[in-house]
Design a protein around this ligand. Structure first.
Ligand SMILES: N[C@@H](CCC(=O)N[C@@H](CS)C(=O)NCC(=O)O)C(=O)O
Length: 286
C-alpha cells in the first residue's frame, strides 16, 4: 500500500528503467556517496539517468523502490550495511534489480574491480560520515543560512523556494540537529577525529608501492574504486571545484569567502596528502 502510494507520487523507476533500458539512479545530488557512484559511472562511460531529490523528498522515491522490491534488508554488496530503506544513491537496472549503495553501484557497473575491505570499511563507516558532518556543521551555521537555502532550493523549482520558507528549513535543521552547528567545541572534536582519519588514509599511499593510484587500495597505474571513493568522500573538506561536475562550486566558494573558519579548515585539509590526492583526482579525472 505504502509502496504503491510512493510509486504513484514519485514515479515508477523500475518501469522507467525497463522502458529506457538504462539504469535509473535516485539521488540527493550533492551527497558525496552519490558523487562517488555517479563519478565512477561517468568515468567508465556507463549511461544512466539521474533523479535528484532534496533531503526529505528522497524518502518516498527510495522507499517506493525498496519496499516494492521487498528488499527490506536493503543490504550492501558485502552485507555490511545496516537496514536503511531510504539511503541514496540507489540504482534500478533494466531487468528490475536494485543496487542499494554507492559501492555496489560503482563496483557492479563500472567494471573497475574491487577494493580492500578494510579501506572500504574505513571510508564507508568513518570517513564518509565525518566529512558529511563537517559540511553540515558549516552549512547549518546561522551565518551561512543563505548558502544553505541556495544549495537546498537549487534542486527544485519555485515550489521548493516556498516550501523551504514555510516549513522545510526548520524540518531539515531539526533533522540534522546532532551536527551541532554553532557549537565550537563540537566542531573542534570533529576536526580532531578527521585529522586522525587523514593519518590513516595517508598511510594507504605508502602501501601503494610508489604507484600513482590506489586502485583497489594496494596500488595501481590506473584509478580504481578506492581512488574514486577516497576523492569523492574527501571532497566536502577540500572543496575541489569539479565536485559534482562543478554544480555547487559557486555556493561552496561563496562560503569560503564569507566564513573564515570554513576557509581555514578547507585550507588545512587541502594541504594533507589525502587532500592533495583528492584535488588531483578531480583535476585529472572529473
Ligand atoms: N553506505 C552508503 C551510505 C549512503 C549515505 O549515507 N547516504 C546519505 C546521503 S550522504 C543518505 O541517503 N541519507 C539520507 C537517509 O539516510 O535517508 C552508500 O555507500 O551508499
Amino acid at each position: 500500500m505504502l509502496a504503491a502510494f510512493a510509486r504513484l507520487v514519485s514515479g515508477d523507476f523500475k518501469e522507467i528503467s525497463r522502458k529506457k533500458q538504462r539504469p535509473q539512479m535516485v539521488t540527493i545530488p550533492f551527497s558525496h556517496y552519490v558523487e562517488f557512484a555517479r563519478w565512477s559511472l561517468l568515468y567508465a562511460r556507463v549511461q544512466f539517468d539521474e533523479h535528484p531529490f532534496t533531503p526529505g523528498d528522497h524518502i518516498l522515491p527510495t522507499l517506493s523502490v525498496r519496499l516494492a522490491d521487498k528488499q527490506k534488508a536493503a543490504k550492501g554488496s558485502d552485507g555490511d550495511e545496516k537496514e536503511n530503506l531510504t539511503l541514496v544513491p540507489l540504482v534500478v537496472l533494466p531487468e528490475g534489480e536494485v543496487l542499494n549503495d554507492s559501492w555496489t553501484i560503482a563496483q557492479r557497473l563500472s567494471g573497475m574491480g574491487g577494493i580492500d575491505p578494510e579501506l572500504k570499511e574505513f571510508l564507508n563507516q568513518q570517513w564518509g560520515p565525518q566529512t558529511r558532518a563537517f559540511a553540515y556543521s558549516f552549512l547549518l551555521k546561522k551565518g551561512n543560512s543563505q548558502t544553505w537555502k541556495d544549495l537546498i532550493t537549487s534542486v527544485g523549482g519555485w515550489w521548493l523556494q516556498i516550501k523551504f520558507f514555510l516549513f522545510y528549513d526548520s524540518i531539515l535543521r531539526n533533522h540534522f540537529r546532532s551536527v551541532r552547528p554553532d557549537d565550537p567545541e563540537a566542531l573542534k572534536e570533529l576536526i580532531a577525529k578527521m585529522k586522525a582519519s587523514v593519518s590513516t588514509l595517508d598511510s594507504y599511499f605508502d602501501k601503494a608501492g610508489g604507484k600513482k593510484y590506489l586502485g583497489d587500495g594496494k596500488g595501481s597505474d590506473q584509478p580504481g574504486i578506492a581512488d574514486f571513493a577516497l576523492a569523492a568522500l574527501t571532497a566536502p573538506c577540500v572543496n575541489p571545484p569539479k565536485f559534482c561536475g562543478g554544480m555547487y562550486s559557486d555556493f561552496f566558494d561563496g562560503m569560503i569567502k564569507k566564513d573564515p573558519e570554513y576557509s581555514a579548515s578547507i585550507k588545512e585539509f587541502r594541504e594533507t596528502r589525502t587532500g592533495k590526492f583528492c584535488l588531483d583526482m578531480y583535476e585529472q579525472h572529473r
